[in-house]
Ligand binder design. Structure first.
Ligand SMILES: [Ca+2]
Length: 101
């Protein structure tokens, strides 16, 4: 498998590690997943923040997060991290160019 395919499989594995057989995350499980698996990218310290995040992700309002809803979180966080990484790379590149002049 390619690096990207491995990443996709890992996302699915991690999701199911926290859902068990029901294949959906309840709020406490979402918090555990974020705290244990995404702590470098996202912090949910306050219950209000978790409530808002959960409500935003729970598109069908069944008070659980299915994989389709979960992948939205992955996309949002990955996109934000990508923008940060691009910004950091541009800043480093610009810094290196300024030093070489
Ligand atoms: Ca839902």
């Amino acid at each position: 498998m390619s690096e990207l395919e491995n990443g996709m499989v890992n996302i699915i594995r991690v999701f199911h590690k926290y859902t068990g057989h029901k294949c959906k995350l309840r709020k406490a499980e979402l918090k555990s997943l974020i705290d244990n698996e995404m702590s470098h990218f996202i912090m949910v310290s306050y219950s209000e923040t978790l409530d808002e995040l959960f409500a935003d992700l729970d598109q069908n309002g069944d008070l659980e997060i299915d994989f389709k809803e979960f992948i939205t979180l992955i996309a949002m966080v990955t996109s934000a991290f990508s923008m940060y990484t691009n910004y950091s790379l541009k800043k480093k590149t610009r810094g290196a160019q300024e030093q070489s002049v």
